[in-house]
Design a protein around this ligand. Structure first.
Ligand code: UDX
Length: 437
């Protein structure tokens, strides 16, 4: 497994758990050192235990030495980062190609080189070309095997996937990769074998479609607010239609994270370059970007039009619960816009404050939600951590200086919040329905 980041670590640990022998290789000696000491650099439920158990069993190890790991391997996975390239938003493939060159140099015997990183269509062809050029005559196949892991549920998603996608140009490569997933056949996970380019596109299409679904319901939420309708009921009303499906219809502050923003943007670039622009996805990207700033405006409006000199408590900073990931989190844009408008920000997040502190300046971080509420004129809930669902609302109210709660994830009930005396604003659920005209 080349790359001991999020995808590499989760995939490596889970493959080891299936009984395979796995070496996770990373260039960063400090990271490998700390993994060897049992320290997991990311917060992911179940990962620490899975890693520890498989290290103990002798199936999982960590190394900086790619040249030593590759010759013994039947399959080498490329799971390095593909960040957005500064300037044009296209996926930066320099790490993928560098890995391909290094792998090529050490290949011995027939080996399948698998791209697990999310890579634009055609990357597999280029990896194939690089290996052929570096090691003419080497016996290998290049296969695409995209991951569909959600942060916070990655182990579960790996072990109980909706499907396994294998993109290969030859039978031997496809069969070898399928064999690695054999333990999952018990769970009846469908294995879809397709062309390499098709597999690469499938990953992007999946993420773009999900991002589109979220963005769709977010816009419907805005409309609900204007016409006195309830977005949660609309979501249920449409989601029970099997053709639509109920998942990814939670209105909120806009999608964030390490995948949707980067992948939707990269897909639009691929499509433009291919002369088949995806206008829907381009619009999704633009609408979602604007939404984050619109959420700050919503908070300012809830505070009567100005937050200058006001103290605002922020509950939840990570892009979603059960992760410490701050990448493209809506909180980044919202907090910055509130600060620009003159607000003082206090914040609490169960796991994300350390990462947040490295990207958000001028925020007072607190020990818990109650301390966050202390002296706050308004509270803004940005991430729906479970621990916020059962907060003692009276205690929260007593700690606050004001009464305003802006709930960007619809965690609380409007009727209860107003009964308790909060000035409560949520997403797509007007407190007082507009008259029917
Ligand atoms: C996503 C894909 O789900 C996964 O298959 C892919 O491999 C990587 O990208 P992840 O980024 O971990 O996973 O998070 P996900 O749970 O999909 O949420 C993405 C964003 O959409 C989050 O900001 C989340 O808050 C938001 N979202 C999701 C909503 O606002 N409403 C929803 O109904 C669902």
């Amino acid at each position: 497994m080349v790359g001991a980041g999020y995808v590499g670590l989760v995939s490596g640990a889970c493959f080891a758990d299936f009984g395979h022998e796995v070496v996770c290789v990373d260039k960063d000696p400090a990271k490998i050192e700390s993994l060897r000491a049992g320290h997991i650099p990311i917060f992911e439920p179940g990962l620490e235990e899975t890693v520890a158990a498989n290290v103990r069993a002798g199936r999982l190890s960590f190394s900086t030495d790619l040249a030593a790991a590759v010759p013994q391997a039947d399959a080498v996975f490329i799971a390095v980062g593909t960040p957005s390239r500064r300037g044009d938003g296209f996926a930066d493939l320099s790490h993928v190609y560098a890995a391909a060159r290094e792998i090529a140099a050490s290949l011995e015997g027939y080996t399948v080189v698998v791209t697990k990183s999310t890579v634009p269509v055609g990357t597999g062809d280029e990896v194939d070309r690089i290996i052929r050029e570096t090691r003419p005559g080497a016996a290998f196949s290049v296969v695409s095997n995209p991951e569909f892991l959600r942060e916070g549920a990655a182990i579960e998603d790996f072990k109980r996937p909706d499907r396994i996608v294998i993109g290969a140009e030859d039978q031997r490569g496809a069969e070898l990769v399928a064999e690695l997933y054999r333990p999952l056949y018990l769970n009846a996970a469908p294995v879809l074998t397709m062309g390499r380019r098709t597999a690469e596109l499938t990953k992007y299409a999946a993420n773009a479609f999900l991002a589109l679904k979220v963005t769709f319901i977010n816009e419907i939420a805005d409309l609900c607010e204007q016409v006195g309708a309830n977005v949660q009921e609309v979501a249920r009303g449409i989601g029970l239609d099997k053709r639509i499906g109920g998942k990814f219809l939670h209105a909120g502050p806009g999608y964030g994270g390490s995948c949707f923003p980067k992948d939707t943007l990269a897909l639009t670039k691929t499509a433009q370059n291919a002369g088949a622009p995806l206008r829907l996805v381009e619009t999704v990207v633009a609408v979602n970007d604007q939404r984050k700033v619109a959420m700050a405006r919503k908070v300012i409006a809830a505070c009567g039009g100005s937050v200058r000199g006001r103290t605002i408590g922020v509950l939840g900073l990570t892009f979603k619960p059960n992760t410490d990931d701050m990448r493209d989190a809506p909180s980044l844009a919202i907090v910055a816009a509130l600060q620009d408008a003159g607000a003082r920000i206090r914040a609490f997040d169960p796991e994300g404050m350390e990462n947040a502190a490295s990207v958000l300046d001028g925020v007072d971080y607190t020990r818990d939600a109650y301390e966050c509420a202390e002296g706050a004129d308004a509270l803004v809930l940005i991430t729906e951590w479970d621990s916020f669902r059962a907060l003692d609302l009276e205690r929260l109210k007593a700690a606050m200086a004001g009464r305003i709660v802006v709930d960007l994830r619809n965690v609380y009930r409007p009727d209860e919040m107003s009964r308790r005396g909060f000035a409560y604003v949520s997403i797509g659920r007007p407190d007082t329905p507009a008259p029917i005209t």
